[in-house]
Design a protein around this ligand. Structure first.
Ligand code: NAD
Ligand code: UFG
Length: 356
């Protein structure tokens, strides 16, 4: 049997993707340092599969390790060979993702995001593992594009986190150019991944104070946080609040599988895809939907614009539809319902109040 290495597989998007991969019959190694996640996410993936009648323990092996250490990655490839489950492809989620933190501490972002990606591709080549799907971000587009944004939009990230994502895309492109006949690489530019698995067993559990709107709304919804600060009501949008393209994390998980299968079945190439719904939602529209589907109130107040924010960021995802026949199935109502369900069942995330 062959296997897939999922770096950062215990995190938000990684855990949901692991679930979908195992359901499809893939065998996985998860490499995660748990710097921003809990082992319980993977235990709960196994629980969900158990409820569906599948004993997943044989299909997933979790290894705690820091992907910045080349020897850790190499040891895992060797282990997969010893286990007779050689790693044949990689989905690379591991990394740090807070824009604000990256401005305060660029060094750790370059070290964690870029160096680990260099280590990873080098070790992959050592073991003749030639397929990688990488978590890039819409943040690579920066402030200068008009939505909906196509993959050929202007690339001009405006923060260190975005710079690392663009640099990794370039790194992979350089490796592809020098190994043209071999590598299969996909850069997936996610827009705003949100929601949770409908079971409420896994979801987004950021360590520390959340910055993104969904974790904040969810905390306000159950009363852990008093109100939502809405960053600006003077943007040039329908109601003055910022517009984003929210995409359900389970749809995103499916996007990874389609991408991986496409690469497996096609010749060597490097491809870059937007993954979003193509639908823009303002902050006020989001609050309204969250309130309606969950029958709750979200107290909020307008405050100043957040520095570095853009007015509108919406994907043109037509290339994903054309290339890998992927389109989202879930809408904003599902995202709001599943987000609330996860938060209600796990008010303090996986590890209880001490994690917050
Ligand atoms: P996450 O923080 O929940 O998951 C990242 C995982 O990587 C965590 O489990 C963390 O412990 C692990 N990790 C971090 N540094 C590591 C290291 N040095 N060695 C091993 N493991 C390490 O984040 P997520 O939301 O699941 O995002 C996954 C990927 O998608 C990230 O690369 C992120 O930049 C990218 N992305 C996320 C979003 C978003 O809004 N969530 C948007 C665009 C792109
Ligand atoms: N917002 C608020 N109040 C909050 C948080 C956010 O009003 O407490 C607003 C923002 O101003 C923005 C919208 O909600 O209009 C979405 O903000 P998020 O912080 O949830 O998401 P961003 O689009 O700013 O950024 C996210 C990730 C980035 C990633 C980007 C594109 O944090 O890492 O999506 O993928 F690069």
């Amino acid at each position: 049997m062959e296997s897939i290495l999922v770096t950062g597989g215990a995190g938000f998007i990684g855990s949901h993707t692991c679930l979908s991969l195992i359901k499809k019959g893939y065998c996985l190694y998860v490499l995660d340092s748990f710097v921003n996640s809990s082992k319980l996410s993977i235990s709960n993936v196994i629980k969900i599969l158990e409820i569906d009648g599948l004993d997943a323990t044989e299909f997933i092996d979790i290894v705690k390790g820091d992907i910045r250490n080349k020897s850790t990655i190499r040891d895992l490839f060797l282990k997969s060979i010893a286990d007779k489950k050689p790693i044949k492809s990689v989905i690379h989620f591991a990394g740090l993702k807070s824009v604000a933190e990256s401005v305060r501490n660029p060094s750790i972002y370059w070290d964690t995001n870029l160096i680990s990606s260099l280590n990873l591709i080098e070790v992959m080549l050592e073991f003749d593992c030639l397929t990688i799907v990488f978590s890039s971000s819409a943040t690579v587009y920066g402030l200068d594009n008009k939505s909906p944004i196509k993959e050929n939009g202007k690339l001009n990230p405006n923060n260190p986190y975005g710079n690392t994502k663009l640099a990794i895309e370039k790194l992979f492109n350089d490796f592809f150019q020098s190994n043209k006949k071999k590598l299969k690489i996909a850069n997936l530019r996610y827009f705003n991944p949100v929601g949770a698995h409908p079971s409420g067993f896994i979801g987004e559990d950021p360590k520390g104070i959340p910055n993104n709107i969904f974790p904040v709304i969810a905390k306000v919804a159950i009363g852990i946080q008093k109100k939502l600060n809405v960053f600006g009501n003077d943007w040039p949008t329908v109601d003055g609040t910022g517009i984003r393209d929210y995409i359900h994390v389970m749809d995103l998980a499916e996007g990874h599988i389609r991408m991986l299968e496409f690469l497996e079945n096609n010749e060597s190439q490097i491809v870059t895809l937007n993954l979003g719904t193509g639908i823009g939602t303002s902050v006020l529209q989001l609050i309204n939907t969250y309130e309606k589907v969950n029958n709750i109130k979200i107290p909020f107040q307008f405050v100043h614009r957040r520095s570095g924010d853009v007015s509108e960021l919406v994907a043109d995802s037509s290339f994903a539809k054309k290339l890998i026949n992927w389109a989202p199935n879930k809408d904003l109502k599902d995202m709001c319902k599943d987000s609330f369900n996860w938060q209600l069942k796990n008010p303090y995330g996986f590890n209880g109040p001490q994690n917050n």
